[in-house]
Write a protein that binds this ligand. Structure first.
Ligand SMILES: [Zn+2]
Length: 292
């Protein structure tokens, strides 16, 4: 039951939905589940550092054809003695002396054995839907930043296209779903202090149509989307790159993505807001249609 001493190699950044893997470690988790660690995997885990995109749906298939469903897939870390999962990982990714792994949680009854060769099969339709949703989320954020660029009276951090980064400065939560995403922004005192003029959010239907028009222009260009990465390890840095008409956008990202803007069909954005104590909460719902 030795724990691995090198990070899991990940295939999903290339778009892969299958990998041939070796079982490195199997460990019970509670009464019913078993943690399976592989040398490499195509199954995208939910990651504390990038919690916006949820886990893939997948099965692990043994050489004898036995298949067991992956009930959950999370990032874990080990110091060689104990294995910690998800929020219980006590150190930051890449911490010295720690190994970061993709932990597949499967039913105890169907778990493979250590040393087995297995195949990971990811549900293609679900992956496609999440990838489309994730790409649309990045694009909508960039378009929103661009349309709000004039609302700032002071210099602030800029986004991948050089616009003031409203998304990065105001984001509360970002959730990627199938073929879409929900972003929640908080516009309160600290954002106003940084020079954001809240009046820019007075006419949301107008802002919504400007964001949508900008997205339509980008979609018409049909640019490729690619993931650049420093290496195959789970902890190697990865970036989402898209050559948009306004410049090359490059954003740190651990998720999966559509292959091109053409693969997204169209993106629609809806913006709503509500006033809470001292802050305006803005909700951006992004939906994409993938051409069949
Ligand atoms: Zn991302």
């Amino acid at each position: 039951m030795t724990l691995p001493s090198s990070d899991t190699l990940v295939d999903y950044p290339t778009g892969a939905i299958r990998s041939s893997s070796r079982v490195l470690h199997v460990e019970p988790l509670g009464d019913d589940l078993v943690i399976v660690l592989l040398d490499r995997t195509s199954c995208h885990p939910v990651d504390r550092a990038w919690p916006d995109q949820g886990p893939d749906l997948a099965v692990i298939e043994s050489v004898d054809g036995a298949r067991t469903a992956v009930r959950d897939c999370v990032v874990g870390a080990t110091d060689g003695t104990d294995l910690h999962l998800g929020d219980a990982v006590p150190v930051r990714p890449g911490a010295e002396g720690w190994t970061f792994v993709v932990a597949h949680l499967v039913d105890g009854a169907g778990a493979p054995d250590e040393g087995d060769t297995v195949e990971v099969h990811v549900d293609a339709a679900h992956r496609l839907a999440l990838s489309a949703g994730h790409s649309a989320c990045h694009l909508a954020s960039l378009a929103l930043n661009a349309e709000l660029a004039d609302a700032w009276s002071k210099p602030v951090a800029i986004d991948a296209l050089g616009a003031p980064d409203f998304d990065g400065l105001a984001i509360e939560t970002s959730t990627i779903g199938e073929y879409g995403s929900v972003d929640v922004f908080r516009v309160g005192k600290s954002l106003r202090k940084k020079g954001f003029g809240v009046a820019a959010l007075d006419d949301l239907p107008d802002l919504e149509s400007r964001v949508t028009a900008r997205l339509e222009d980008w979609m018409a260009a049909g640019a490729d989307i690619r993931i650049e990465r420093d290496g195959e390890k789970l902890t190697d840095r990865r970036r989402w790159v898209c050559e948009l008409p306004g410049g090359v956008a490059s954003i740190p990202c651990g998720g999966t993505h559509a292959e091109s803007l053409a693969a997204l069909g169209g993106i629609s954005v809806s913006l709503t807001s509500e006033q809470t104590d001292g802050a305006l909460i803005v909700r951006m719902v992004t939906e994409t249609v993938v051409p069949s």
